[in-house]
Design a protein around this ligand. Structure first.
Ligand code: LRH
Ligand code: MN
Length: 381
């Protein structure tokens, strides 16, 4: 029963996690880093090959711009993976200094909307059904711009994108408390994203990036609430100690990840209608193993959450047995699920230890030798 559910798990890795990334202080280049989206897909296919549960790859435009997106999607299929969500990028063009779709100047707003609509064209070409929208839009000083007017502009752009979506397509609106804006962020929290999506309709849902909240935020409450409303479209999984650190999911707070997956499973979110995407940067650690470890962290949290004795939990909750109810969760969380997952991988025809198997595969040595010259992929910021 649990193994069947775990076998059906689907985690999407981000193309940009395979490229160089860093902070404003330094981007440390690494050996063997891809030079183009084709090589990024090859690395992502390795993660799927060793975990068995990472069959799709999110793309980011223009970081993954190619002449022929249908050919790129075919290349993915040849590698045993598929193109997943298409991520727009209206946060790196000089014109967007004061905003993109919320910019005071209608010319800039039209340019930004043009990019969002181009991303839907790319979805048509790659067969993707999901557009992920994150806006860095915001202001740095009180009075810099009109908060309400910017919401009007945002709503106008979202409505235009919504109109363009095909019947089987949707967009996920991502919120973030701050950065790069440091006074107002135009989509700062789940409530703002939810309100905009509610007005538009079923094809508009909210994505929860686990690094985008104020310290101390109870993210699993947001998850439970959005699931109840049918508005949880997906996750950008990562972890953090301080801000949007984009560290490996589960690395900083594995208990939080467990609590989130517990609410996902209890709220009917463990299925294809919720996108479990990773959004991370491996600034100092090797990238393909970093992704494999991250997929395993989500898998372990999911296995533990599936082990919760929900009948015992419900009985304790009904009885007001606070400690009994808490124990039902903690017993599952404190269960070592690694032997179970090792067995599952063997039953899936995989090595029980993906990290060791990848290290033995020689793939890193191969790409380090092959990928010499050319420009390594990165954020191009
Ligand atoms: C913004 C964000 C967004 C992506 C970017 C790579 O912080 O989380 O999801 O577009 O990271
Ligand atoms: Mn994100």
């Amino acid at each position: 029963m649990i193994k069947d559910l775990l076998r059906r798990q689907r985690i999407e890795t981000p193309s940009w996690a395979y490229g160089n990334s860093g902070t404003r202080f330094k981007v440390f280049a690494q050996q063997g880093v891809p030079r183009d989206p084709y090589e990024k897909l090859a690395d992502a296919a390795q993660v799927h090959a060793f975990t068995g549960i990472a069959p799709t790859v999110a793309l980011h435009i223009p970081w993954d711009r190619v002449d022929d997106y249908a050919a790129l999607a075919r290349h993915a299929r040849d590698l045993g993976v598929a193109v997943g969500a298409i991520n727009s990028n209206v946060f790196q063009d000089d014109d967007y200094k004061l905003g993109s779709v919320t910019h005071p100047d209608p010319v800039v707003r039209r340019k930004a909307l043009g990019h969002l609509l181009e991303c839907v064209d790319i979805m048509d070409a790659t067969g993707s059904d999901t557009l992920k929208l994150w806006f860095s839009d915001g202001t740095n000083y009180p009075g810099q711009d009109d908060i309400r007017a910017r919401q009007d502009r945002l709503a106008e752009a979202l409505a235009a994108v919504y109109e363009r979506l095909g019947d089987d397509q949707r967009f996920l609106l991502e919120y973030k408390l701050f950065e790069p804006a440091f006074y107002v962020t135009d989509v700062p929290d789940w409530g703002t994203a939810y309100a905009h999506c509610l007005k538009l309709g079923d094809k508009a849902q909210v994505v929860v990036d686990t690094g985008h909240h104020a310290p101390g935020t109870n993210i699993e409450f947001i998850v439970a609430f959005l699931l109840r409303e049918g508005k949880l479209g997906g996750f950008d999984f990562n972890s953090r100690f301080y801000a949007d650190d984009d560290l490996m999911v589960g690395a900083a707070d594995p208990f939080q990840l467990f609590r989130i997956m517990f609410e996902v499973i209890g709220g009917g979110g463990y299925g294809p209608h919720v996108a479990f995407m990773l959004d991370q940067c491996h600034n100092i650690e090797p990238k393909v193993p970093g992704q494999i470890r991250s997929v395993m962290n989500v898998q372990e949290a999911t296995a533990k959450a599936l082990l919760v004795d929900r009948e015992a939990l419900a009985a304790a909750q009904r009885a007001g047995d606070v400690l009994g109810a808490n124990a039902a969760l903690m017993d599952a969380y404190n269960t070592d699920v690694r032997p179970l997952l090792g067995e599952l991988r063997e039953e899936m025809g995989l090595d029980p230890d993906p990290m060791a198997a990848y290290a033995r595969s020689g793939y890193f040595e191969k790409i380090a030798a092959e990928r010499v010259g050319g420009a390594q992929a990165g954020w191009g910021a």
